[in-house]
Ligand binder design. Structure first.
Ligand code: ATP
Length: 575
């Protein structure tokens, strides 16, 4: 496929505000794509060169792009900056400055050139990157330049989510019923390009042969929630009860001496945890293994676990050795998905845990998570109270005979957290879909409140549930303004359902955690809206922390969960 063709599709996707039209455009694109191109088309459309678990980044800033544009068009950087000031978008700036007809490059060619730029590192790489990008820009038309410019600085803003791609792929095959099979393959390999390419090359039979592979992160299993120990036992009977640690979820892949680690949203985090990497090499006795657990900072002298606010300091790109000395980590292993050539995901939890324990040699970093088995709710309550007193977040109950539900949230795992008086039983993760400029003192930051939405997987849309205007510091508001303006779009995104009109709409990209007093019914929001047009809303919402970078937009809480929390709240009130 020619790159210009892909750009025409990007233009259509950018222009639409209708969800169904967006699916039509995407499935039209996939129908036209050949097996050789489809993976690249999907990656490019999602603003990346490879799935995030490869950790391949463009490494281009606005500044470098401005210099590349200046070189490509023989324009002084000052002039490029002036045009940028005027357009507010480096894509449009590139479109205005580039005057060539273009060489009609293919998607493959552009993809390869961009990959070379991304892989250029080390001394002198900045100049090399600028040189490579400017020569690419010299060979393209203004329309193509617009998207290349946006792409290299991570601002494509198309907002194509993973479920959106999966749905459009099934539609392009003319068979929506393929969705569960495509989802299954994706859950096991986390690589949409690979799933799509296999589908075009080998048909759905090929897709159905996907299996767990070391090095390809498995989409993580998640917890449902219940309000009490009684209901947990009622729901799943005898269960394994574990401590709920509040740190980083890590999926570790061991292939002899090669270790990879992936975060909750499947980004590569290996570089962040050198002590865990060493411990896996030395103390996990299986040659190949996939292990999951939670990493937390702890006090070496007292053995006490630190709260998340301390652990989060380990999330950084530089100065890792120093911070590792200051805040060493413990890794509490809670699941085993693969060991020595055997796929453990279909096996019952009990069997996975037994094997997990066997392959961990005693060591100071990795230990199995605390666990006991019971069918008595009193035991859970007692342990829960103790866990809270020790600074843990609560407990997770696990069904003993359940397989590992890759990419799924169900009652195989149930979390029980502390709920305080006048507060919801849990925090809510909402995706930011727009913002309001604010009045009075707030105008000075440019952001007065964020429009937050929860996810509806049935329709692949974000439905609003809250306007969040408190919980952020002045400095955070200023940062938010900058971050959100980088992903601002000219109209409501087609995947967003809202009756409120935001002052500025943004691509659904960032998730924040919000606490609230309760959930109420409200006509102002679209989450769970009934025939009368009444949806659900958060009462007195306040943000906790800053952006949740470990979550993708689709990892925001779902509409269904909001309704469940509303029901839980009703019960608690009566009790
Ligand atoms: P979720 O990950 O379910 O979307 P979340 O990130 O808000 O939601 P919680 O719902 O509070 O987190 O809890 C689930 C998370 O708890 C898991 O993703 C995992 O990181 C963490 N966790 C801590 N201890 C355990 C445990 N023993 N078993 C499973 N998960 C645990």
């Amino acid at each position: 496929m020619k790159f210009l063709k892909l750009v025409e599709y990007f233009e259509k996707l950018e222009a639409t505000t209708k969800r169904l039209e967006m699916f039509d455009i995407l499935s039209g694109l996939f129908k036209e794509a050949k097996a050789d191109d489809i993976d690249k088309i999907i990656y490019l459309g999602q603003g990346q060169l490879l799935p995030p678990f490869h950790g391949l980044e463009m490494g281009m800033s606005e500044k470098l792009l401005i210099r590349a544009l200046s070189e490509a068009t023989n324009t002084p950087t000052k002039k490029v900056e002036d045009v940028f000031k005027h357009t507010g978008d480096l894509g449009k700036t590139a479109g205005e400055l580039i005057k060539n007809k273009g060489e009609n490059l293919t998607v493959r060619k552009v993809y390869e050139e961009l990959t070379v730029i991304a892989r250029t590192s080390g001394t002198g790489s900045v100049e090399k990157k600028i040189g490579l990008l400017s020569s690419l820009l010299r060979g393209v038309s203004p329309e193509e330049a617009k998207y290349i410019a946006r792409f290299v600085i991570g601002r494509l803003r198309l907002g194509i989510g993973d479920p959106t791609v999966l749905e459009a792929l099934a539609l392009a095959q003319g068979d929506r019923a393929l969705r569960p099979e495509l989802d299954r393959a994706y859950n096991l390999c986390s690589d949409l390009g690979l799933v799509a390419k296999t589908l075009l090359e080998k048909g759905i039979e090929g897709v159905n042969k996907f299996h767990v592979r070391v090095g390809y992160p498995i989409r993580m299993a998640l917890c449902e929630r219940l309000p009490s120990s009684e209901e947990i036992i009622e729901k799943i009977g005898e269960a394994a009860i574990e401590a709920k640690y509040d740190g980083f979820r890590v999926q570790i892949h061991k292939n002899k001496n090669h270790i990879d680690m992936f975060s909750r949203n499947l980004e590569r985090t290996t570089h962040m945890f050198p002590e865990i990497k060493e411990a896996v090499k030395n103390f996990i006795t299986a040659d190949t293994a996939i292990i999951e657990g939670e990493a937390l900072a702890y006090n070496e002298s007292t053995g006490e676990l630190f709260p998340f606010q301390v652990t989060i300091q380990r999330k950084r790109k530089h100065g890792i050795e120093e911070i590792a000395k200051e805040y060493p980590l413990k890794f509490f292993a809670f699941d085993l998905l693969y060991a020595d050539g055997e796929d453990y995901t279909p096996k019952p939890f009990k069997e996975r845990r037994e094997k997990l324990k066997k392959i961990i040699k005693k060591n100071p970093v990795i230990e199995p998570s605390e666990l006991f088995i019971t069918d008595k709710h009193e035991d859970i309550t007692k342990y829960f109270e103790d866990a809270i007193a020790r600074g843990l977040e609560g407990v997770v109950a696990k069904r003993l005979d359940a397989p590992y539900a890759a990419g799924g949230r169900n009652f195989n795992w149930i979390k029980l957290k502390r709920s305080y008086r006048g507060e919801l039983a849990d925090t809510i993760d909402v995706c930011i879909v727009g913002y309001f400029r604010g009045k009075g003192a707030r105008t000075e930051f440019g952001v007065g409140a964020l429009l937050g939405a929860v996810y509806d997987p049935k329709t692949d849309t974000f439905r609003t549930v809250s306007k969040v205007g408190t919980g952020f510091s002045e400095d955070e508001f200023t940062q938010l303004k900058k971050i959100l303006d980088e992903i601002a779009i000219s109209h409501r995104h087609p995947r967003v359902d809202s009756v409120m009109e935001a002052d500025v709409w943004v691509e659904p990209k960032y998730v924040i955690e919000v606490t609230a007093d309760e959930i109420t019914r409200s006509p102002s929001h679209t989450a769970g809206r009934d025939k009368e047009g009444i949806g659900y809303a958060l009462r007195f919402p306040r943000a906790v922390g800053f952006l949740r970078e470990d979550k993708k937009p689709e990892d925001a809480n779902s509409v269904k969960e909001i309704i469940e929390l509303f029901e839980i709240q009703k019960k608690v009130k009566v009790g």
